[in-house]
Design a protein around this ligand. Sequence first.
Ligand SMILES: NC(=O)c1ccc[n+]([C@@H]2O[C@H](COP(=O)([O-])OP(=O)(O)OC[C@H]3O[C@@H](n4cnc5c(N)ncnc54)[C@H](O)[C@@H]3O)[C@@H](O)[C@H]2O)c1
Length: 344
Amino acid sequence: MKKLRIGIIGVGGIAQGRHIPAFLQLRDVCEITALCDVNVDRAKETAEKHQIPHVFENYQDLFSEVDAVCICTPNKFHAEISIAAFEAGVHVLCEKPMALSAEECEAMIAASKKADKVLAIAYHYRFMKESQAAKKAMQEVGTPLVVRIQALRRRKVPGWGVFTNKDLQGGGSLIDYGCHLLDLALWLMGNPKQTMVSGTTYNTLSKMPNQVNQWGEFDHETFDVDDHVTAYAQFENGASMLFETSWAANIKDDKEHLSISGVDGGLSVFPFELYTTKNGMLLNSQAAWIPSEENPGLPQAKNFIQACLGLEELVVKPEEALQVSQIIDRIYESSESFREGISQ
Ligand SMILES: NC(=O)c1ccc[n+]([C@@H]2O[C@H](COP(=O)([O-])OP(=O)(O)OC[C@H]3O[C@@H](n4cnc5c(N)ncnc54)[C@H](O)[C@@H]3O)[C@@H](O)[C@H]2O)c1
Protein backbone atom coordinates (compact mmCIF):
# COMPACT_ATOMS: atom_id res chain seq x y z
CA MET A 1 0.00 0.00 0.00
CA LYS A 2 1.22 3.52 -0.82
CA LYS A 3 2.30 5.43 2.29
CA LEU A 4 0.59 8.69 3.21
CA ARG A 5 3.09 11.52 2.60
CA ILE A 6 3.03 13.96 5.50
CA GLY A 7 4.33 17.51 5.82
CA ILE A 8 4.80 19.37 9.10
CA ILE A 9 4.25 23.14 9.08
CA GLY A 10 5.81 24.87 12.11
CA VAL A 11 8.63 22.79 13.54
CA GLY A 12 8.59 24.08 17.13
CA GLY A 13 7.80 22.52 20.50
CA ILE A 14 4.67 20.50 19.76
CA ALA A 15 5.88 19.30 16.35
CA GLN A 16 9.18 18.06 17.80
CA GLY A 17 7.70 16.74 21.03
CA ARG A 18 4.54 15.02 19.80
CA HIS A 19 3.76 14.89 16.08
CA ILE A 20 7.12 14.11 14.47
CA PRO A 21 7.86 11.23 16.91
CA ALA A 22 4.34 9.82 16.40
CA PHE A 23 4.47 9.89 12.59
CA LEU A 24 8.01 8.44 12.66
CA GLN A 25 6.71 5.57 14.78
CA LEU A 26 4.00 4.87 12.17
CA ARG A 27 6.52 4.34 9.36
CA ASP A 28 4.63 1.37 7.94
CA VAL A 29 1.68 3.59 6.93
CA CYS A 30 3.14 7.09 6.52
CA GLU A 31 6.28 9.00 5.70
CA ILE A 32 7.23 12.56 6.68
CA THR A 33 8.36 13.92 3.33
CA ALA A 34 8.58 17.67 4.04
CA LEU A 35 9.02 20.27 6.78
CA CYS A 36 8.27 23.98 6.70
CA ASP A 37 9.10 26.75 9.13
CA VAL A 38 9.62 30.49 8.76
CA ASN A 39 12.69 29.73 10.85
CA VAL A 40 14.12 27.67 8.01
CA ASP A 41 17.31 26.77 9.90
CA ARG A 42 15.22 25.01 12.54
CA ALA A 43 13.41 23.09 9.79
CA LYS A 44 16.71 22.14 8.08
CA GLU A 45 18.24 20.93 11.35
CA THR A 46 15.18 18.78 12.10
CA ALA A 47 15.09 17.42 8.55
CA GLU A 48 18.75 16.37 8.79
CA LYS A 49 18.17 14.69 12.14
CA HIS A 50 15.35 12.51 10.76
CA GLN A 51 16.43 12.26 7.07
CA ILE A 52 13.37 14.16 5.82
CA PRO A 53 13.96 15.01 2.13
CA HIS A 54 12.26 18.41 1.62
CA VAL A 55 12.47 21.69 3.56
CA PHE A 56 10.55 24.88 2.82
CA GLU A 57 10.32 28.36 4.24
CA ASN A 58 6.92 29.06 2.65
CA TYR A 59 4.07 26.59 3.30
CA GLN A 60 2.63 27.06 -0.21
CA ASP A 61 5.74 25.38 -1.65
CA LEU A 62 5.30 22.28 0.51
CA PHE A 63 1.89 21.10 -0.68
CA SER A 64 3.17 19.44 -3.90
CA GLU A 65 5.31 17.02 -1.82
CA VAL A 66 2.58 15.77 0.55
CA ASP A 67 -0.87 14.18 0.85
CA ALA A 68 -1.50 15.58 4.35
CA VAL A 69 -0.15 18.31 6.62
CA CYS A 70 0.12 18.72 10.36
CA ILE A 71 -0.16 22.43 11.22
CA CYS A 72 1.86 23.38 14.31
CA THR A 73 2.20 27.14 13.93
CA PRO A 74 0.90 29.82 16.32
CA ASN A 75 -2.93 29.92 16.35
CA LYS A 76 -3.15 32.98 14.09
CA PHE A 77 -2.07 30.92 11.05
CA HIS A 78 -4.23 27.81 11.61
CA ALA A 79 -7.14 28.94 9.42
CA GLU A 80 -5.08 30.52 6.65
CA ILE A 81 -2.78 27.49 6.24
CA SER A 82 -5.61 24.92 6.55
CA ILE A 83 -7.64 26.65 3.84
CA ALA A 84 -4.59 26.88 1.57
CA ALA A 85 -3.93 23.16 2.14
CA PHE A 86 -7.49 22.24 1.16
CA GLU A 87 -7.22 24.41 -1.96
CA ALA A 88 -4.11 22.37 -2.83
CA GLY A 89 -6.03 19.09 -2.24
CA VAL A 90 -4.24 18.14 1.00
CA HIS A 91 -5.68 16.65 4.25
CA VAL A 92 -5.14 18.63 7.49
CA LEU A 93 -4.40 17.76 11.11
CA CYS A 94 -4.37 21.17 12.80
CA GLU A 95 -3.15 21.88 16.33
CA LYS A 96 -5.59 23.18 18.90
CA PRO A 97 -7.32 25.57 19.30
CA MET A 98 -8.83 25.07 15.86
CA ALA A 99 -8.45 28.80 15.05
CA LEU A 100 -8.71 32.28 16.57
CA SER A 101 -12.52 32.41 16.32
CA ALA A 102 -15.58 30.34 15.46
CA GLU A 103 -15.89 32.32 12.23
CA GLU A 104 -12.44 31.13 11.12
CA CYS A 105 -13.34 27.55 12.12
CA GLU A 106 -16.44 27.69 9.92
CA ALA A 107 -14.33 28.82 6.96
CA MET A 108 -11.96 25.89 7.56
CA ILE A 109 -14.85 23.41 7.61
CA ALA A 110 -16.33 24.86 4.42
CA ALA A 111 -12.94 24.59 2.66
CA SER A 112 -12.44 20.98 3.81
CA LYS A 113 -15.92 20.01 2.57
CA LYS A 114 -15.37 21.72 -0.77
CA ALA A 115 -12.06 19.89 -1.23
CA ASP A 116 -13.49 16.63 0.24
CA LYS A 117 -10.40 16.34 2.47
CA VAL A 118 -10.06 15.39 6.14
CA LEU A 119 -9.87 18.13 8.79
CA ALA A 120 -8.82 16.88 12.23
CA ILE A 121 -8.00 18.98 15.29
CA ALA A 122 -5.34 17.89 17.80
CA TYR A 123 -7.45 17.82 20.96
CA HIS A 124 -5.23 14.99 22.20
CA TYR A 125 -6.85 14.75 25.64
CA ARG A 126 -9.54 12.65 23.95
CA PHE A 127 -6.92 9.97 23.23
CA MET A 128 -5.75 9.71 26.84
CA LYS A 129 -6.61 6.34 28.32
CA GLU A 130 -8.64 7.92 31.16
CA SER A 131 -10.71 9.84 28.59
CA GLN A 132 -11.30 6.74 26.48
CA ALA A 133 -12.43 4.88 29.62
CA ALA A 134 -14.71 7.76 30.61
CA LYS A 135 -16.32 7.85 27.16
CA LYS A 136 -17.25 4.16 27.45
CA ALA A 137 -18.45 4.61 31.04
CA MET A 138 -20.81 7.46 30.13
CA GLN A 139 -23.50 4.84 29.52
CA GLU A 140 -23.46 4.16 33.28
CA VAL A 141 -23.57 7.87 34.08
CA GLY A 142 -26.67 8.41 31.94
CA THR A 143 -27.88 11.84 30.92
CA PRO A 144 -25.34 14.39 32.22
CA LEU A 145 -26.66 16.95 34.70
CA VAL A 146 -23.71 18.86 36.17
CA VAL A 147 -20.20 19.06 34.67
CA ARG A 148 -17.25 20.48 36.63
CA ILE A 149 -13.94 21.49 35.06
CA GLN A 150 -10.87 22.79 36.82
CA ALA A 151 -7.74 23.13 34.69
CA LEU A 152 -5.52 25.04 37.07
CA ARG A 153 -1.80 25.65 37.22
CA ARG A 154 -0.10 27.40 40.08
CA ARG A 155 2.01 30.25 38.71
CA LYS A 156 2.97 28.56 35.43
CA VAL A 157 2.62 31.17 32.71
CA PRO A 158 4.51 29.78 29.66
CA GLY A 159 7.66 31.90 29.49
CA TRP A 160 8.63 30.68 26.00
CA GLY A 161 7.20 30.96 22.49
CA VAL A 162 4.33 33.37 21.76
CA PHE A 163 1.76 32.14 24.30
CA THR A 164 1.34 35.57 25.92
CA ASN A 165 0.78 37.40 22.61
CA LYS A 166 -2.91 38.00 21.84
CA ASP A 167 -2.36 38.87 18.20
CA LEU A 168 -0.67 35.52 17.49
CA GLN A 169 -2.59 33.27 19.91
CA GLY A 170 -6.01 34.94 20.33
CA GLY A 171 -6.00 34.49 24.11
CA GLY A 172 -4.19 32.87 27.02
CA SER A 173 -5.07 30.21 29.58
CA LEU A 174 -8.55 29.59 28.13
CA ILE A 175 -7.65 29.17 24.47
CA ASP A 176 -4.39 27.36 25.28
CA TYR A 177 -5.14 25.07 28.24
CA GLY A 178 -8.81 25.23 29.27
CA CYS A 179 -9.83 24.40 25.69
CA HIS A 180 -8.59 20.80 26.13
CA LEU A 181 -10.81 20.07 29.15
CA LEU A 182 -13.71 21.97 27.57
CA ASP A 183 -13.44 19.84 24.43
CA LEU A 184 -13.17 16.64 26.47
CA ALA A 185 -16.21 17.49 28.61
CA LEU A 186 -18.35 18.35 25.57
CA TRP A 187 -17.39 15.08 23.89
CA LEU A 188 -18.23 13.06 27.01
CA MET A 189 -21.57 14.86 27.21
CA GLY A 190 -22.32 14.00 23.56
CA ASN A 191 -21.81 17.59 22.36
CA PRO A 192 -25.24 19.00 23.31
CA LYS A 193 -25.76 22.52 21.98
CA GLN A 194 -24.99 25.36 24.40
CA THR A 195 -27.92 27.69 25.12
CA MET A 196 -26.15 30.15 27.46
CA VAL A 197 -22.49 30.93 28.20
CA SER A 198 -21.18 33.52 30.62
CA GLY A 199 -17.59 34.06 31.70
CA THR A 200 -15.03 36.33 33.33
CA THR A 201 -11.38 36.60 32.35
CA TYR A 202 -8.51 37.99 34.41
CA ASN A 203 -4.90 38.96 33.86
CA THR A 204 -4.38 40.95 37.03
CA LEU A 205 -1.45 38.90 38.33
CA SER A 206 0.46 38.67 35.05
CA LYS A 207 0.17 42.44 34.47
CA MET A 208 1.96 43.05 37.77
CA PRO A 209 5.80 43.21 37.75
CA ASN A 210 8.08 40.70 39.50
CA GLN A 211 5.75 37.71 39.43
CA VAL A 212 7.06 34.46 40.89
CA ASN A 213 6.60 32.13 37.90
CA GLN A 214 7.57 28.47 37.66
CA TRP A 215 7.75 28.29 33.84
CA GLY A 216 10.33 30.92 32.95
CA GLU A 217 10.06 34.66 32.51
CA PHE A 218 7.56 36.76 30.60
CA ASP A 219 7.16 40.49 30.08
CA HIS A 220 4.32 41.80 32.24
CA GLU A 221 4.14 44.97 30.13
CA THR A 222 3.41 43.19 26.83
CA PHE A 223 1.30 40.42 28.44
CA ASP A 224 -2.13 40.93 26.85
CA VAL A 225 -3.96 37.62 27.28
CA ASP A 226 -5.98 36.00 30.10
CA ASP A 227 -4.24 34.10 32.90
CA HIS A 228 -7.38 32.98 34.80
CA VAL A 229 -10.91 32.39 33.54
CA THR A 230 -14.20 31.33 35.10
CA ALA A 231 -17.35 30.41 33.18
CA TYR A 232 -20.80 28.94 33.47
CA ALA A 233 -22.67 27.30 30.59
CA GLN A 234 -26.09 25.73 30.05
CA PHE A 235 -27.01 23.18 27.39
CA GLU A 236 -30.15 22.24 25.52
CA ASN A 237 -30.33 18.82 27.22
CA GLY A 238 -30.65 20.56 30.61
CA ALA A 239 -27.00 20.06 31.66
CA SER A 240 -24.88 22.86 33.11
CA MET A 241 -21.11 23.35 33.34
CA LEU A 242 -18.95 25.02 35.96
CA PHE A 243 -15.60 25.88 34.40
CA GLU A 244 -12.35 27.34 35.68
CA THR A 245 -8.93 27.47 34.06
CA SER A 246 -5.71 29.24 34.96
CA TRP A 247 -2.01 29.53 34.20
CA ALA A 248 -1.38 31.58 37.31
CA ALA A 249 -3.69 30.63 40.14
CA ASN A 250 -2.80 31.25 43.76
CA ILE A 251 -3.63 27.71 44.86
CA LYS A 252 -1.81 25.01 46.80
CA ASP A 253 -1.26 22.58 43.92
CA ASP A 254 -2.02 22.33 40.20
CA LYS A 255 -5.36 20.71 39.60
CA GLU A 256 -6.80 18.97 36.53
CA HIS A 257 -10.34 17.92 37.33
CA LEU A 258 -13.26 16.92 35.12
CA SER A 259 -16.24 15.27 36.75
CA ILE A 260 -19.77 14.63 35.59
CA SER A 261 -22.84 13.92 37.72
CA GLY A 262 -25.50 12.21 35.66
CA VAL A 263 -28.95 10.78 36.16
CA ASP A 264 -27.67 7.21 36.79
CA GLY A 265 -24.18 7.76 38.16
CA GLY A 266 -21.10 9.95 38.07
CA LEU A 267 -17.48 9.89 37.01
CA SER A 268 -14.20 11.67 37.42
CA VAL A 269 -11.69 11.48 34.56
CA PHE A 270 -8.28 12.20 36.20
CA PRO A 271 -7.85 9.66 37.75
CA PHE A 272 -10.66 7.65 36.23
CA GLU A 273 -13.33 6.75 38.80
CA LEU A 274 -16.97 5.74 38.45
CA TYR A 275 -19.63 6.41 41.08
CA THR A 276 -22.77 4.27 40.92
CA THR A 277 -25.51 2.75 43.04
CA LYS A 278 -26.14 -1.00 43.12
CA ASN A 279 -27.92 -3.37 45.50
CA GLY A 280 -28.89 -0.47 47.72
CA MET A 281 -25.26 0.67 48.05
CA LEU A 282 -23.13 3.56 46.84
CA LEU A 283 -20.20 2.09 44.88
CA ASN A 284 -16.92 3.66 43.78
CA SER A 285 -14.97 1.91 40.99
CA GLN A 286 -11.37 2.61 40.03
CA ALA A 287 -9.66 1.29 36.93
CA ALA A 288 -6.87 -1.19 37.74
CA TRP A 289 -5.71 -1.17 34.09
CA ILE A 290 -7.00 0.57 30.99
CA PRO A 291 -6.07 -0.94 27.60
CA SER A 292 -4.72 2.06 25.70
CA GLU A 293 -1.52 3.76 24.55
CA GLU A 294 0.40 5.67 27.23
CA ASN A 295 1.20 8.44 24.76
CA PRO A 296 -1.98 10.00 23.29
CA GLY A 297 0.00 11.45 20.35
CA LEU A 298 0.26 8.00 18.78
CA PRO A 299 -3.46 7.01 18.62
CA GLN A 300 -4.17 10.59 17.53
CA ALA A 301 -1.76 10.26 14.56
CA LYS A 302 -3.08 6.75 13.76
CA ASN A 303 -6.69 7.96 13.72
CA PHE A 304 -5.78 10.85 11.42
CA ILE A 305 -3.95 8.59 8.95
CA GLN A 306 -6.75 6.00 8.96
CA ALA A 307 -9.31 8.79 8.36
CA CYS A 308 -7.25 10.12 5.43
CA LEU A 309 -7.21 6.58 3.98
CA GLY A 310 -10.98 6.38 4.45
CA LEU A 311 -10.65 3.49 6.93
CA GLU A 312 -11.82 5.12 10.19
CA GLU A 313 -14.07 7.90 11.41
CA LEU A 314 -12.29 10.86 12.97
CA VAL A 315 -12.37 10.88 16.78
CA VAL A 316 -12.19 14.69 16.90
CA LYS A 317 -14.63 16.00 14.31
CA PRO A 318 -14.14 19.59 13.14
CA GLU A 319 -17.74 20.51 14.02
CA GLU A 320 -16.98 19.52 17.63
CA ALA A 321 -13.82 21.63 17.70
CA LEU A 322 -15.91 24.48 16.26
CA GLN A 323 -18.25 24.18 19.25
CA VAL A 324 -15.27 24.61 21.61
CA SER A 325 -14.34 27.80 19.75
CA GLN A 326 -17.94 29.05 19.86
CA ILE A 327 -17.96 28.69 23.66
CA ILE A 328 -14.53 30.33 23.95
CA ASP A 329 -15.75 33.27 21.82
CA ARG A 330 -18.81 33.63 24.08
CA ILE A 331 -16.68 33.58 27.26
CA TYR A 332 -14.39 36.32 25.90
CA GLU A 333 -17.36 38.41 24.66
CA SER A 334 -19.30 38.07 27.90
CA SER A 335 -16.26 39.00 29.97
CA GLU A 336 -15.77 42.12 27.85
CA SER A 337 -19.40 43.20 28.45
CA PHE A 338 -18.93 42.53 32.18
CA ARG A 339 -15.80 44.75 32.29
CA GLU A 340 -17.51 47.47 30.25
CA GLY A 341 -20.43 47.32 32.70
CA ILE A 342 -18.27 47.84 35.79
CA SER A 343 -16.14 50.58 34.21
CA GLN A 344 -19.20 52.78 33.50
N1 LIG B 1 -1.94 19.87 21.95
C1 LIG B 1 -1.22 20.47 22.89
O1 LIG B 1 -1.25 20.10 24.05
C2 LIG B 1 -0.34 21.62 22.52
C3 LIG B 1 0.77 21.93 23.29
C4 LIG B 1 1.58 23.00 22.88
C5 LIG B 1 1.24 23.73 21.76
N2 LIG B 1 0.12 23.42 21.06
C6 LIG B 1 -0.28 24.21 19.88
O2 LIG B 1 0.68 24.02 18.85
C7 LIG B 1 0.89 25.23 18.12
C8 LIG B 1 2.36 25.59 18.17
O3 LIG B 1 2.80 25.65 19.50
P1 LIG B 1 4.32 25.37 19.89
O4 LIG B 1 4.35 25.25 21.36
O5 LIG B 1 4.89 24.27 19.08
O6 LIG B 1 4.95 26.76 19.45
P2 LIG B 1 6.46 27.06 19.01
O7 LIG B 1 6.61 28.54 19.11
O8 LIG B 1 7.40 26.19 19.77
O9 LIG B 1 6.51 26.60 17.48
C9 LIG B 1 5.81 27.26 16.45
C10 LIG B 1 6.68 27.17 15.19
O10 LIG B 1 5.92 27.70 14.10
C11 LIG B 1 6.80 28.47 13.29
N3 LIG B 1 5.99 29.39 12.48
C12 LIG B 1 5.40 30.55 12.88
N4 LIG B 1 4.67 31.06 11.87
C13 LIG B 1 4.81 30.22 10.81
C14 LIG B 1 4.31 30.21 9.48
N5 LIG B 1 3.49 31.17 9.04
N6 LIG B 1 4.68 29.20 8.66
C15 LIG B 1 5.50 28.22 9.09
N7 LIG B 1 6.01 28.17 10.36
C16 LIG B 1 5.65 29.15 11.20
C17 LIG B 1 7.72 29.15 14.29
O11 LIG B 1 8.91 29.61 13.69
C18 LIG B 1 7.95 28.00 15.29
O12 LIG B 1 9.06 27.20 14.92
C19 LIG B 1 -0.05 26.27 18.78
O13 LIG B 1 -1.24 26.33 18.07
C20 LIG B 1 -0.32 25.70 20.17
O14 LIG B 1 -1.59 26.06 20.69
C21 LIG B 1 -0.66 22.38 21.41
